[in-house]
Design a binder for this molecule. Sequence first.
Ligand SMILES: *Cc1c(COP(=O)(O)O)cnc(C)c1O
Length: 370
Amino acid sequence: MSVPFFDLQAVNARYAEALKAAAARVIDSGWYILGGELEAFEREFADYCGVRHALGVGNGLDALALILRAYIGLGVLREGDEVIVPANTFIATFLAVSQSGLVPVPVEPDPVTFNLDPARVELAIGPRTRAVIAVHLYGQLAEMPVLAALARRRGLLLIEDAAQAHGAALDGCKAGAFGDAAAFSFFPTKNLGALGDGGAVTTSDDALARRVAALRNYGSETKYHHLFQGVNSRLDELQAALLRVKLAHLDEEILLRRRIARRYREGIVHPAIAPPQVTREDGHVWHLFVLRCRRRDALQRHLQAWGIHTQVHYPVPAHRQPAYSEWHRLHLPVTERLHAEVLSLPLNPALDEAAVERVIAACRAFKGNA
Ligand SMILES: *Cc1c(COP(=O)(O)O)cnc(C)c1O
């Protein structure tokens, strides 16, 4: 029996009829960019997150970059300002900052939650620090109440990178509604995945929303009149229509993910394997199930021999990437150790019980010591 890491075909097959009907509706409409499907999706996604505005954009990286560029345009951020980011995140968080003429400042995570450690954030604040980007890594909310209080006290913007955390909540407040603004990705493998690229900005700040809406569309509010030097980054009608179908099932998919994660955490009992810890059930939507193991590579090979496909998120931290050679001398021991020890197990709504039990049995059979 082979267990794939992720089976997109199986995930989307659950909604094949509704997706095909939505696609046909768009094809037949003759209207493909900035129309009724996008408006409806933006309304539905804003309501889902509990914010005033959602703006569909081309992808998650653009969502982050457009938030930053909009703040620069509004005079809230200035080029050269420092933005605190977690040292252990997908590269997009860094790229959005550096591409906007701002300076990313990597901060070490809490090794248990994998998320930003507020105490270390406080220590990293300098005279040029203007913003913090909190990433809800692997689907678990960062410590938002603490970070929000810190940001308020120190006069910083708080931006969420919620690309992995659609629907994660704390006391009813959802990812995307904690910060001044948030970025989402609808890359096909994300918890709310399109059938192509897509992203969104959420915010309850009217001025920011208006600026992002213009920037994503050539800096224009009226056709052929350009207020700003914008970009072309729009969520198209087809993806918006498909996302409306999948948004209606997001909450039930989150419950399926939680059930698998609970089973893994109960079942994977091994001295050499540290399963992920959760502070609160509703704060984690299990985009990824990431365990730690000192003999990670051996464990990965062992699981592969059992036919179980795993991945590493992420094998190389940003400060060790060729793209950021200026940081190669930085030493971030927590981040470096995590990158050497993390392993992601298969977890998605289409994973059946037999596969889950097979993964658990394989982990328990690992002959490694702590
Ligand atoms: C996927 C992801 C992004 C970027 O989203 P794209 O749609 O691929 O551009 C940004 N941040 C994090 C944490 C992500 O996981």
